[in-house]
Design a binder for this molecule. Structure first.
Ligand SMILES: [Zn+2]
Length: 425
């Protein structure tokens, strides 16, 4: 084949290659410092195989972008016979924001690069009875407040990730279907970008269970026992599953995996938000628990009250030995075990993480769940699966969203402007 004029690499291609090579090298240096802690330039060069002059120039740019900063002088003499200056991750100036829409609340969290919480808020909202536009207006207001809080401490927002309880097409930024919200085909990213005034930072959307699983995974990465396979169950009105296998999120062929709340496990169950009967969430979701544990006029059913307040009241009743509450919790725990055993038989996770309301009421749900896993999982000792309560509770999805926004910065440090440095002193 003869190379035609049009396909010959021209100056533009060379320039583009140079830019992407530089971007890649910036990412290599930034990730190296994140994973290994503070380092001298000489040590970074030796470890990464980049030459020292290149590393100096890359570090200078990362400092300008507010991602690295000068640390202390190296205590021991380096290879060149004099102590070098260490560079370290600058956690303060760059933040990621996670923002969640759920059936009865909205939540927002901003995390900085070192994982510290800059701001967080959750507000009760009866989303199921509002139109998508009104809900997105409210959420945009919360995001603007979080971005302003980041700005007030001199930081820069690198990205916003929206968490939604439904089927998401993350490539197009569209929510296909969220039965419990009553939303269908909503271009959430486009709608949110318009409300935020077409911001410079990137806006993404993902399924809330996926984001919660990522947050749980990174929380456990620091633990001694290495966890590479986990299933996280989000317990709210709907129930979702986020699955990490071999250290990677399992998304499925079209990104629609994890809809565990719609496993048809309870043929006698009630009607689900999806219109079918007998879905798992009709017997283990928050509405199922409240229907079993309380009367119709009980204030704990009031979606205008914060969900944690309502759960604190359920906890109080359980601790006081309230028979109806304890019966309801035991029943939900048993059903949780029936579906949980199916997931453990299929996926053999190291850990089954209870998120959302399951985490709050874990002390009553865990025993029947574990006993169902022991009974119904064919592998010996439940396949070695441990059941743990997430310490992140309802904050898991927003934290995962903020982390994903920050992960993008580690992959492409040029997402952060050069004016981020020096403002967060
Ligand atoms: Zn369903």
């Amino acid at each position: 084949m003869t190379l035609t004029e049009g396909s010959r690499p021209g100056r533009g291609v060379v320039a583009a290659d140079h830019v992407s090579l530089r971007r890649n090298n910036l990412s290599v240096v930034l990730r190296h410092v994140r994973e290994n802690g503070s380092r001298s330039r000489a040590r970074i060069a030796a470890d990464t195989g980049l030459n020292k002059a290149t590393v100096s120039s890359l570090v200078a740019e990362l400092v300008e972008r507010g991602l690295l900063r000068e640390g202390q002088a190296e205590s021991e003499r380096g290879a060149l016979g004099r102590p070098g200056q260490l560079v370290e991750l600058d956690g303060r100036s760059v933040c990621g924001v996670g923002a969640e829409i759920n059936v009865d609340y909205l939540a927002v969290t901003a995390l900085d690069l070192s994982g510290e919480t800059v701001t967080e808020r959750r507000v009760p909202l009866d989303v199921a009875h509002l139109d998508p536009g009104t809900t997105l207006d409210h959420l945009a207001e919360l995001i603007r407040e979080a971005v302003a809080a980041v700005g007030a401490r001199g930081g820069q927002t690198a990205g916003v990730t929206l968490a939604v309880p439904g089927l998401v097409q993350s490539t197009t930024g569209s929510l296909k279907l969220a039965p419990n919200l009553g939303w269908k085909e909503v271009p959430v990213v486009e709608e949110m970008r318009a409300r935020l005034g077409d911001p410079a930072y990137k806006v993404r959307v993902d399924n809330e269970a996926n984001l919660a699983a990522l947050a749980a995974y990174s929380e456990m990465k620091g633990d001694d026992g290495k966890v590479e396979d986990l299933v996280l169950l989000t317990g709210a009105v709907g129930v979702g599953g986020g699955m990490v296998t071999g250290g990677h999120l399992l998304r499925g062929g079209h990104g629609f995996s994890g809809e565990v709340g719609h496993m048809p496990v309870a043929p006698v169950g009630g009607t689900c938000g999806c219109g079918r009967t007998g879905c798992w969430e009709t017997v283990v979701g928050l509405t199922a628990l409240l229907n079993k544990a309380t009367d119709a006029d009980d204030p704990v059913r009031d979606p205008s009250l914060d969900v944690e307040q309502r759960l604190a009241e359920i906890t109080r009743r359980a601790e006081a030995g309230g028979a109806r509450t304890l019966r309801a919790l035991a029943d939900v725990g048993t059903w949780l075990g029936i579906g949980g055993a199916i997931l453990v038989n299929i996926l053999n996770p190291d850990v089954l993480v209870l998120g959302g309301y399951f985490a709050v009421l874990g002390p009553w749900l865990k025993e029947p769940l574990e006993s169902a896993i022991r009974e119904r999982v064919i592998a010996p000792d439940g396949g070695g699966c441990r059941v743990v309560q997430s310490e992140l509770g309802f904050a898991a999805a927003v934290r995962g969203g903020a982390q994903i926004s920050l992960d993008q910065v580690f992959l492409d440090p040029t997402l952060v402007g050069r004016d981020a440095a020096g403002v967060a002193q």
